[in-house]
Design a protein around this ligand. Structure first.
Ligand SMILES: [Zn+2]
Ligand SMILES: [Zn+2]
Length: 586
């Protein structure tokens, strides 16, 4: 595996005589294996890489681009990447699945007419867009694993395995636990998981924007200290670490000085970690080393990393079908086609389409008034000469003739609506009595109490989750008597996970919210606090279920029966405390 740095600077390109040795261009790394070209991040360093590819004389350049996130210093090279302007070239771009806006639209945003003369879709090369969540996938002969980093934007780290070598690219990223900025102290929870992501790598390219003293003023800015980067790599027993995302204010001499300091500390360490600063133009060849222990990497969910919406179409009119195909292609949406309307509406279709597009006709008209189809509530767009009010199952109409731009707008609106759905929990039949029991406790809106906080602390510790709470489900809200790792005091009942456990009066375990249609588009899943795993056990007062003790995580997890019984124990402890009068000690 061949690796070359084209951009190593964080935040802003900084050309000048003080950045000659380590480089002034923003993030960009080239990776080549036996038959695959991968580019990681598209900062301003991408410009020179593009020129080199064009000058290499390859007639059609094909490659894969992995983008950590769409902050400017990671995408600003795209409009200047010459291979994108060559017809015949083919590129696949991968980036984290964002919220609301597609990857294509985010990238097109920086190329709007006010900023740049050529639009993204006019560049000539064939570009495909892929939106990622956590998981594994392959590009050519490279196995790629993604894992979320801790940054101010949704950001993925990439672990690449090929030719027996392992490369991890991990920027922009801040320690989850601030005390680890010093690189000292025990590594727990999310930082432990980050460490596992690096395990046994031949090279880790890691965010190291700040020194420890600078970090004090930059907490929450989403970047690592040099000390943290080195500590993680040492713990993960990696062979080498390249410190990158150099602060724009950092001169070459300052980088040398920092390196000198950290290397002299390293001299006392038992195992040798090769520490260097990523430098523009530097390249290295990674081979399977003794230290590489890729097989020890813990497996993560088998969930596919590609989360692209799929449209299923059964339209015979060649002009309409062609326009729709073009519109889907422009938005990077995958398209499947069925011969007939009833095939398109079949429940057996895999993958399940996000949207079905049909053409109006006698047989479709019949289908669309059919109770089963109406009840299934599939997002349906129908191509027709006019609207037909009797067709209740139809979500939207495409009235002929229509332009590609119009089709895009309708399709997007429809997909957006369907991707903003989640299931609100049912209210129980004896809801008024349940609320009377809850209000009878006189506990809502009381201050935090140690006797409850002790239980949530225990829960988070036992389950090793970053969040836990004792939640009471009120008429329109859920209120946290105690919470661990959560900022909110209460949230809407609309989106409450605990309400589902209360309604079912039973333990609720959601191993992976992304895979559960009740929760996959819940704002607490797609946005902060990004719940992926939930386990909650009901708390009863008499016959009435008033709330839960629950644990939450940002990553998918499985729990066994033993853990479920521990959760029951914790709920029983919470029940005992709830029955005691306010302010009681033990
Ligand atoms: Zn950055
Ligand atoms: Zn960033």
């Amino acid at each position: 595996m061949y690796v070359r740095f084209w951009g190593t600077r964080g935040s802003l390109p900084t050309p000048g005589r003080h950045t000659l040795r380590f480089g002034g261009n923003t993030s960009c790394v080239e990776v080549r294996t036996a038959d695959t070209l991968v580019i990681i991040d598209c900062g301003s360093g991408l410009h020179n890489l593009g020129r080199a590819l064009v000058h290499s004389g390859e007639s059609a350049v094909k490659g894969h681009i992995l983008i950590t996130h769409t902050h400017w210093d990671h995408i600003q090279g795209i409009p200047f990447f010459a291979p994108f302007f060559r017809p015949g070239n083919e590129w696949d771009i991968y980036a984290p699945k964002g919220l609301g806006q597609s990857l294509h639209d985010t990238l097109a945003g920086q190329m709007q007419y006010a900023y740049f003369p050529v639009r993204l879709d006019q560049m000539g090369a064939k570009i495909r867009y892929h939106e990622l969540v956590e998981g594994d996938f392959h590009v050519g002969d490279v196995k790629v694993r993604t894992q979320y980093l801790n940054h101010t934007a949704l950001t993925l780290g990439y672990r690449l395995e090929a030719d027996g070598a392992v490369l991890v690219y991990s920027t922009d990223h801040e320690p989850f636990s601030r005390h680890l900025a010093s690189g000292k102290g025990p590594i727990h929870g999310q930082d432990r998981r980050h460490c596992e992501f690096l395990v046994g790598a031949d090279l880790v390219i890691h965010d190291a924007q700040y020194t420890l003293s600078e970090y004090a003023d930059k907490v929450g800015w989403g970047h690592s200290t040099v000390d943290y980067a080195v500590a993680m790599c040492r713990e993960a027993k990696t062979a080498r670490v390249a410190l990158t995302h150099h602060d724009p204010a950092r001169t070459d001499d300052a980088i040398e000085e920092i390196l000198g300091g950290i290397r002299s500390e390293e001299a006392n360490a038992a195992a040798k970690l090769d520490i260097f600063a990523a430098a523009e133009g530097k390249s290295l060849e990674l081979q399977l080393t003794e230290g590489a222990i890729a097989s020890e990497v813990p497996p993560i969910s088998s969930m596919p990393a590609l989360a692209t919406p799929v449209i299923l179409m059964a339209v015979k009119d060649p002009i309409a079908a062609g326009t729709i195909r073009g519109a889907a292609r422009e938005d990077g949406i995958a398209m499947l086609e069925a011969g007939r309307a009833d095939e398109a509406l079949s429940t057996a279709t895999t993958p399940q389409p996000s949207l079905v597009i049909l053409e109006w006709g006698p047989e479709t008209a019949d289908l669309l008034t059919h109770e089963d189809v109406v009840a299934r509530d599939i997002p349906l767009v129908v191509v027709s000469d006019e609207e037909h009010l009797s067709a209740k199952a139809v979500s939207d109409w495409l009235i002929k003739p229509f332009s590609s731009a119009y089709a895009r707008t309708r399709i997007r609106a429809c997909l957006l609506r369907t991707t903003c759905r989640w299931e609100r929990a049912l209210t129980s039949q004896n809801e008024e009595q349940r609320l009377a029991s809850l209000h009878g406790l006189s506990i809502l809106d009381t201050p935090p109490e140690e006797r409850f906080d002790r239980i949530t602390r225990l829960a988070a510790s036992i389950f090793n989750t970053p969040m836990a709470s004792i939640t009471l489900v009120d008429r329109d809200r859920q209120w946290f008597k105690s919470s661990y790792g959560l900022d909110a005091v209460e949230s809407s009942r609309e989106t409450s996970f605990c309400s589902h456990a209360v309604a079912a009066q039973d333990v609720l375990v959601v191993s992976d919210a992304f895979q559960d249609p009740r929760f996959s588009d819940n704002p607490l899943v797609t946005g902060s606090p990004r719940i992926r795993f939930y386990a909650g056990c009901p708390i009863f007062v008499g016959p009435d279920c008033v709330g839960t003790v629950c644990v939450l995580d940002n990553r998918p997890r499985q729990i066994d029966d033993n853990s479920v019984s521990l959760l029951h124990d914790l709920a029983a402890l919470a029940e005992l405390e709830l029955r005691k009068p306010q302010g009681s000690k033990e």
